[in-house]
Design a protein around this ligand. Structure first.
Ligand code: NAI
Ligand code: MG
Length: 496
């Protein structure tokens, strides 16, 4: 017998992680959380010049996790200057070399995925199952994908000479802290820009741990800076004269403020704002699958999702059957401890968000819609809200017009495809939509007429770095992901 070839264990780079040996409740010991963090500026953690800190809590227990720095105007300026100084050398670096940093960061995110997933869940309240199976793998995927583009930009934009813009000021929300970081930082760095990133005030921790990863990856100082803080910090970042490009994800209200503020400044701007997305179920749909899709569409991440399928339109002939199935499924959802791997619906991100959800749900009852909630018990501490289903909703009700950003589904009915389109498009928003039907031609017919940036067919909440994401109308403008997303970070005005 000849020598056996050495056995090689080949792990595909995006293989799901091996969670089999983990305890059933993910342990907070997997991550070491500092007592007090600094801002990450010019390659190192530094005490904020503001000399101010704020507490970030675990919304599932209300316990304080750590103190994050509250970056003031001088901190913003110091970070922008560091990014500006780093911009020239970073832009001049051979693109294949830039790519190496992004590949390395992607691998390190995978290696430290448990730490990052646990931290994301502790700081923000999302179920650990989602943080580990969706958020963190997608973060790595975004860095891998964009690493691949770094040395292929001239092919992506044939005939032009793509140039970076300079310093990107990025402001992100609390619903997907690490994933929104990846959506913004990966394309910015791949295209040769440098970054100052402001995470949201309730979820600063994963961005700070990510900053540490980039330092360990040897990313040159100043290429990425992370400055936690609240709205004032965000406002001084987007208004800083040396910021060339602003990317914002958050509420439509703040998006409009930023747009007004930047008008005439010459800065490039992309806005990814709110939504009130329509989920449409036809009578010929595979109903049990559609129930799962609808449940995922609204209860994923407690409904704190810009593209949440928060308005459900059911064809009249199956309305009663479908609502019955939905109610049964809601009874089986497990609400509670986000660190428990069996939890489906975790903690609401903050007391303020819980108040907003409660107020809108009360308005639904007052305006005459019929509310259903499963009879599950909620934890006595922390911020929680029962999965909620409304029937008898009219299009004028606040719960069918306003973004609730919580685990609340408003259901309505329709008879014909034309009526479904008219109702689905009757919103100031235009981020996403879902269609359930077995007729392929109907899917295309609907996709043509739905005024939303994404249309999912027989699925929902599927994200991929290759597909551009963004909205129409008050959901914002510009696209993130895919080749379109790269264009937002490039000056494409000079011909080669
Ligand atoms: P927000 O829009 O105030 O916060 C998002 C980010 O913007 C945070 O980092 C915040 O510090 C920053 N920010 C606030 N004011 C700013 C300003 N003037 N200039 C620059 N940056 C600023 O959202 P908030 O108050 O946390 O949530 C309120 C509602 O907004 C939610 O109930 C939800 O309906 C919606 N929302 C939508 C999101 C989405 O992804 N579409 C994300 C977060 C909130
Ligand atoms: Mg927190």
């Amino acid at each position: 017998m000849g020598d056996q070839p050495a056995s090689t264990s080949h792990t595909p780079i995006l293989a799901p992680l091996d969670w089999e040996y983990a305890p059933s409740r993910e342990s907070a010991d997997l991550v070491s959380i500092g007592d007090r963090y600094g801002v990450f500026v010019d390659g190192d953690f530094r005490p904020p010049l503001s000399k101010k800190w704020f507490e970030t809590i675990n919304p599932a227990t209300e316990d304080v996790l750590a103190e994050a720095p509250l970056a003031g105007e001088r901190d913003v300026d110091r970070a922008v200057q560091a990014a500006k100084k780093a911009a020239g050398p970073w832009a001049k670096l051979a693109p294949a070399e830039r790519a190496k940093y992004l590949f390395r960061i992607a691998r390190m995110v995978q290696e430290r995925s448990r730490e990052l997933a646990v931290l994301e869940t502790l700081d923000g309240g999302k179920p650990i199952r989602e943080a580990r199976d969706v958020d963190v793998p997608l973060v790595a995927a975004h860095f891998f994908y964009h690493a691949g583009w770094a040395d292929k930009l001239e092919y992506a934009f044939a005939g032009v000479d793509p140039k970076p813009l300079g310093v990107a000021g990025q402001v992100i929300p609390w619903n997907f802290p690490l994933l929104m970081l990846a959506w913004k930082v990966a394309p910015a760095l791949a295209t040769g820009n440098t970054v100052v990133l402001k995470p949201a005030e309730t979820t600063p921790l994963t961005a700070l741990h990510f900053a540490q990863i980039t330092a360990e990856a040897g990313l040159p100082p100043g290429v990425l800076n992370v400055i936690p803080g609240a709205g004032d910090t965000g406002a001084s970042l987007v208004g800083h004269p040396d910021v060339a490009k602003v990317a914002f994800t958050g509420s439509t209200e703040v998006g409009k403020l930023i747009q007004r503020r930047l008008a005439g400044s010459g800065k490039r701007l992309t806005l990814e704002l709110g939504g009130k997305s329509a989920h449409i179920v036809f009578e010929d749909a595979p109903l049990d699958q559609a129930v799962e899709g609808v449940v995922n569409g609204i209860f994923f991440n407690q409904g704190h999702v810009c593209c949440a399928g928060s308005r459900l339109f059911i064809q009249e002939s199956i309305q009663d059957v479908f609502v019955g199935k939905l109610r049964d499924r809601l009874q089986t959802l497990r609400v509670g401890d986000p660190m428990d791997k069996n939890t489906d619906v975790g903690a609401i991100n903050s007391a303020a968000q819980l108040e907003k959800i409660s107020e809108l749900v009360d308005s639904g009852v007052e305006e005459g819609a019929e509310m259903f909630q499963p009879d599950c018990a909620l934890p006595s501490r922390g911020f929680f809200f029962k999965p909620t289903l409304f029937t008898g909703v009219s299009q004028s009700h606040r719960i069918s017009q306003e973004e609730i950003f919580g685990p609340v589904l408003s259901t309505m009915s329709f008879r014909t495809p034309d009526e479904a389109i008219e109702k689905a498009n009757n919103t100031p928003y235009g981020l996403a939509a879902g269609v359930w039907t077995t007729k392929g031609s109907r899917i295309l017919w609907m996709a043509d007429r739905l005024r939303s940036g994404v249309v999912w067919a027989n699925t929902y909440n599927k994200f991929d770095p290759t597909s551009p994401f963004g909205g129409y109308k008050e959901s914002g403008f510009g696209r993130e992901g895919g080749r379109h997303g790269l264009a937002s970070y490039l000056d494409l005005s000079s011909v080669r």
